[in-house]
Design a protein around this ligand. Structure first.
Ligand code: FAD
Length: 501
């Protein structure tokens, strides 16, 4: 069956990202794209921290960075600061860029370990530009400083989720996407194939389609309620199941920090996402160990200013849909699954879902091969991200609450155990299945959580000295020099992409 009509159900971040990207399809024949959303139902509206591949999504759309950031009160993000995770009083940054760079084909952390063992006690963080810039609250883009002796600076954005969806809506509507307001009341399936044939709106209007993209959020209106796809529950690995979100205007004199902060509490953790006009905040917690009132109280007690809205309480079950693409329905966003926001991976998964869908899409119809490939690749992506998230919870020495005792002692997937053991042994990290997180990401979080390497790749010992040591020292000095000349992040935003007051 040819695809002439694409229906997107849901107008949250996922729905409008899909609409914006699909509106750029040059198909050679007309394809009608309709997005259905309900203002009465609304969106979760809390996904505000992104990771570097998000820049590519905006490039794919041809969006001007300054214009977009200005429209969404955006700021830059160099990484995530984790406070109280490995143990109380601890803090480390998971940076978006690499530690140093490979020397003689050897990843930098092996070299660091070699010198560290020989008595050089400089922390590895000194060799990462994003960490040092974040520490001093400074920011610049690689284009602003021409240095070919350092790797480019890696960054992502913090965005106001509601404004970003609005920005994409205007983008998509300008390119022909038709928005339909109203609630979907019913979904019709073909008796033989089981494909979705149409949706019925609450005013009785019937909207037929050939390909349906389910962006209806946690409820999974098509993928679950209509197609009964099933859900793989990961609560045993990722036990948090609640969040309370609350914005605040900064009153503590701090400017917008160029990083997200994640502070662990007794049964979960709190995020702080600095935008130009406010901070986004939220407390993710586990209902088995903490009540809503307690979680709200902890959040309010740890804000950089007075609450700017009523608290928004959310419930979720960590895990993934058993199939992301089922018949003629592709689930994107929260309808596909949710692993919690610790490493800001949800919008990223929307992005990679869209990329795969566009790459596989044929207007001649849907094949089983497409569906299987999409499901296999997405399943692997989810599993690798899941392991990375579990690492934060499980690798801790915290024993100050029942929640942390559970996390410290819980069973973890064998794939994660292997990763930790290999790293402990000689610092080796293998990226599997094209996984999202880099060697530096894994090394940063493992070391940050207190997992120490006991050895390193023996090839690091074969590198020529004193030349290698000289290069090693120069990396630290160059990073410090560049960061010292960077403007404060707040000043950078005011000059580069100021948002209206
Ligand atoms: P939603 O925002 O829920 O949108 C669903 C849409 O479907 C709405 O438009 C709604 O009106 C429509 N709809 C539903 N039912 C019907 C119906 N019957 N008829 C018509 N329309 C309907 N991600 C990140 O990348 N970074 C983060 O920092 C981050 N933080 C998060 C924190 C929390 C606590 C949570 C819960 C999520 C977070 N996420 C984060 C995830 C992120 O918010 C979502 O991935 C993203 O917003 C996409 O949501 P969505 O569009 O799938 O769903």
């Amino acid at each position: 069956m040819a695809i002439d009509r694409i229906i997107i159900v849901g107008g949250g971040t996922a729905g409008w990202m899909a609409a914006a990207a699909l509106s750029r399809l040059k198909t050679g024949r007309p394809v009608a794209i309709t997005l259905v959303e309900s203002e009465a139902i609304g969106t979760v509206g809390v996904g505000e921290a992104t990771i570097p591949p998000f820049l590519d999504f905006n490039k794919l759309l041809g969006v001007d960075e300054r214009e977009m950031l200005s429209a969404v009160q955006g700021s830059f993000k160099l990484g995530i600061q984790f406070v109280n995770w490995g143990k109380l009083g601890d803090s480390y940054i998971h940076p978006f860029g690499n530690y140093g760079y490979q020397i003689g084909g050897i990843s930098f952390h092996h070299l660091w370990h070699k010198y560290h063992q020989a008595g050089d006690k400089r922390p590895i963080q000194l060799f990462n530009m994003e960490t040092i810039a974040a520490h001093f609250s400074r920011f610049a883009r690689t284009d602003d400083y021409q240095r070919d002796d350092l790797p480019p600076i890696n960054y992502a954005y913090h965005v106001d989720a509601t404004r970003y969806a609005r920005f994409l809506r205007s983008y998509a509507e300008t390119r022909g996407v038709v928005r339909r307001e109203g609630k979907v009341a019913d979904v019709a399936l073909d008796g033989e194939s089981g494909f979705v044939t149409s949706i019925t709106m609450d005013d009785g209007d019937v909207i037929g389609g050939d390909l349906f993209i389910d962006c209806s959020g946690f409820r999974g209106l098509l993928i679950e309620q209509a197609l009964k796809t099933g859900y793989e529950d990961w609560t045993n690995y990722l036990p948090c199941d609640r969040a309370v979100a609350l914005p605040c205007v900064r009153e503590d004199g701090s400017g917008p920090l160029p990083y997200t902060r994640s502070t662990a509490h007794s049964a979960g953790w709190q995020w702080q996402v600095p935008l130009q006009h406010r901070n986004g905040n939220g407390h993710v917690y586990c209902s088995e160990y903490m009540s809503d009132d307690e979680a709200h109280g902890i959040l309010v007690g740890n804000l950089a200013g007075k609450p700017g809205a009523e608290p928004n309480f959310l419930r979720f079950v960590t895990g993934r849909r058993k199939k992301f693409w089922n018949k003629n329905v592709v689930a994107l966003g929260l309808s596909a699954g949710f692993m919690e926001p610790l490493e800001s991976t949800s919008i990223h998964l929307v992005n990679t879902g869209i990329n795969k869908l566009i790459a596989l899409l044929s207007l001649d119809g849907i094949t089983q091969v497409q569906e299987d490939a999409f499901n296999r690749l997405t399943g692997k992506e989810y599993a690798r991200i899941r392991d990375f998230l579990i690492l934060h919870y499980n690798s801790t020495t915290r024993d100050d609450s029942a929640f942390w005792n559970y996390c410290r002692n819980m069973d973890v997937p064998d794939s994660l155990t292997e990763k930790i053991e290999l790293f402990r042994h000689n610092g080796q990290i293998f990226r599997e299945d094209d996984e999202l997180f880099t060697e530096t990401s894994w090394a940063a979080v493992m070391m940050g959580q207190g997992i120490a390497m006991t050895g390193h790749n023996a090839m690091a010992d074969a590198l020529p000295e004193p030349a290698t040591r000289k290069e090693y020292d120069a990396i630290q000095q160059s990073i410090r020099f560049v960061v010292d000349h960077m403007p404060q992040h707040g000043d950078y935003l005011r000059n580069y992409c100021p948002a209206p007051d």
